[in-house]
Design a protein around this ligand. Structure first.
Ligand code: HEC
Length: 134
């Protein structure tokens, strides 16, 4: 029964994350967050939710549902996480929840470092990115 829950202020949490594994890179911490926050549950390979693959997304043009195209720069990635309904990737449903208030600035930086580190070469997400919905 019961148990202890450690509640950390965001800054403490960030420094705790930062202290996990000596010299762990931002991208590695971001990868852990990506799983811990459930991002991978939708964006991963075996997801039942249709969500765009994020490999190599950074710096690439993204077709939006409103027929505009934007470059997936830091601004775009940040807004995608904090205000996901602002720009909907073409062919996808706006089902991504906002992580505003759930991640702090340090964690956002880690997530973005992780997203940037995902290589275009990775085989996990083939060219299905902006495919039309079924
Ligand atoms: C409930 C499922 C779900 C979860 C959880 C989720 N996403 Fe998403 N995400 C989506 C869907 C669906 C889209 C495409 C529609 C849109 O643009 O909102 C998307 C879009 C994105 C995009 C824009 C991708 C592109 O090609 O334009 C990024 C970046 C992103 N998500 C990152 C994340 C991160 C980081 C997390 C965790 C903090 C996360 N997502 C959690 C479903 C999800």
């Amino acid at each position: 029964m019961g148990g202890w829950v450690t509640v950390l202020a965001p800054e403490q949490y960030a420094s705790w994350l930062g202290s996990q594994g000596e010299g762990e890179s931002l991208a590695t911490s971001g990868g852990k967050l990506f799983r811990a926050l459930g991002c991978s549950g939708c964006h991963g390979n075996s997801s039942k939710v249709r969500a765009p693959g994020l490999d190599g997304v950074f710096g690439q043009p993204v077709a939006l549902a409103n027929r505009q195209t934007v470059i997936a720069d830091e601004r775009y990635l940040r807004d995608s996480i904090l205000v996901p309904n602002k720009e909907i990737a073409a062919g996808y449903q706006p089902v991504m929840p906002s992580f505003d208030g759930l991640v702090d600035e340090a964690e956002l930086q880690m997530l973005m470092a992780y997203l940037k580190s995902l290589s275009l070469q990775s085989p996990s997400f083939p060219a299905a990115k902006n495919e039309a919905p079924q």
